[in-house]
Design a protein around this ligand. Structure first.
Ligand code: ADP
Ligand code: MG
Length: 263
């Protein structure tokens, strides 16, 4: 959260999104998105339903391909690049390698129902050949302790509350030691009394210097953790800046209208 300011300007961006356009059929969902995220920076993305927030995260994680534009993570290109008439696509293998450097936490947790909590967290480092089973289990135990679920290692997802499942999902994302973690409305599916425990874990990541991009409607949380707030509407960045600016002194009427509804 604070490290972004202390890094030299020459450090490669953790994430760069350049001129990304995405259509579904005739519907233009992303309309020229440019975004740079520095290492250690926490970016909160706000915007109305249907404004393209999830699509942007999916493009960053290469679950969707932009028609125009490109994304780079840690200085390495992801996806399709259009330079004049030249189009370059990465191999499936390169895409998988890139995706392994990005953590993704979904609204609905997406845990493997047939695996224990411990195996949910340990599975990916083993499957990708990064760690031995023993090392992955040791790491998973450490991460479960970090999210306050050390005593739930042997449980199955259905035995946990939504807040606990989401904390497992965060531990699972951390197990790949990603350079950046994307969150898509991580607390929207939770009962209100369970929201705080998940936001506390994300705040812990933010204060320990993890690079985060978070789509959320939790404005108080955004004010607390964000280095930058980005407001998206109609597939475009309408405005962005420090939370005190965008949330308290928005320059655009569309931002004011949105904040008036969610605050
Ligand atoms: P947000 O996350 O901001 O609510 P989304 O990125 O999910 O918005 O969606 C943006 C727009 O793209 C919406 O109009 C949605 O209906 C449309 N959309 C999203 N995914 C698809 C898809 N796979 N096929 C067609 N349209 C889609
Ligand atoms: Mg969404």
């Amino acid at each position: 959260m604070t490290t972004a300011q202390t890094l030299p300007k020459t450090a490669p961006a953790a994430l760069e999104v350049h001129g990304v356009h995405k259509w579904y059929g005739a519907h233009r969902v992303l309309d020229g998105i440019d975004l740079t995220v520095r290492p250690g920076e926490v970016t909160v993305i706000l915007g109305p339903s249907g404004s393209g927030k999830s699509t942007l995260l999916r493009v960053i994680n290469h679950l969707e391909k932009p028609e125009i534009g490109h994304v780079s993570v840690g200085g390495e290109l992801i996806g399709v690049k259009r330079h004049g008439d030249r189009l370059k696509e990465l191999s499936e293998r390169a895409i998988l390698a890139q995706r392994g450097r990005i953590g993704f936490v979904f609204q609905n947790f997406n845990l493997f129902p047939h695996l224990t909590v411990l195996d949910n967290v340990a599975a990916a480092p083993v499957a990708t050949g990064r760690l031995t089973k023993a090392a992955a289990v040791a790491l998973a135990r450490e991460l479960l302790d970090r999210v306050g679920l050390g005593d739930k290692a042997g449980a199955y997802p259905r035995q946990l509350s939504g807040g606990q499942q989401q904390r497992v999902a965060i531990a699972r994302a951390l197990a790949l030691r990603p350079g950046i973690i994307l969150f898509d409305e991580p607390t929207s599916a939770l009962d209100p009394e369970l929201v705080g425990e998940v936001l506390a874990v994300i705040t812990d990541l933010a204060t320990s210097g993890t690079t985060l991009v978070i789509v959320t409607h939790e404005i108080g949380f955004a004010r607390e953790v964000a280095d930058r707030v980005v407001f998206i509407d109609g597939g475009r960045i309408v405005e962005q800046g420090p939370p005190g600016q965008v949330l308290d002194h928005p320059r655009h009427q569309r931002t004011r209208d949105f904040l008036g509804k969610v605050l």
